[in-house]
Design a protein around this ligand. Sequence first.
Ligand SMILES: [Fe+2]
Ligand SMILES: [Fe+2]
Length: 193
Amino acid sequence: MSHKNLRIAPTAKTDNTAAPAESLQLDQAALDRAKTQLDDGAVTPSYGPWRDAIVKLLNDSLATELVCVLRYKRHYYTAHGLASPRIAEEFLEHANEESAHADSLAERIVQLGGEPDFSPDTLLARSHADYNEETDLKAMLRANLIAERVAIEAYRQMVTLIGDKDPSTRRLIEQILEQEEEHAEDLADLLRE
Ligand SMILES: [Fe+2]
Ligand SMILES: [Fe+2]
């Protein structure tokens, strides 16, 4: 067999001219504006007009996470006296993870120049998920699964709403969303047992 046949044909030259070069250039005026308004910290002047709206979404999620911490703690301490310590441990683990979510959200709100709202007066009204005082283990699992599914729905909608407006906030929400999905799966598994 002749080696001639094994030669690789030169590939067609890639056409780099398809997109106008201008579309891949940075906005120099925006870079210059970033040198001003230093009090805004991480938020540059080109951030866009949606800062308050995003802070409001984050604050509603902060309220949701705090209500979830309270619900899971309540369930952890009451489930402790019941038959299944494993389920109680799961509630505690979720409570701690919701608390970490609340911390990340509060941190991002401050980074955006907003005020994290921890006010207990309005917590439940602002939360997407409900508090729950069930004492039956199955009813607790069900209430927590409903709360997780509501949180999942809210976070998924936020990812779409935020889109490219604020990639760092979107990434944070996506990370939290992933963990809420794990929580829901854990609870659904326990409910099936
Ligand atoms: Fe959470
Ligand atoms: Fe969760």
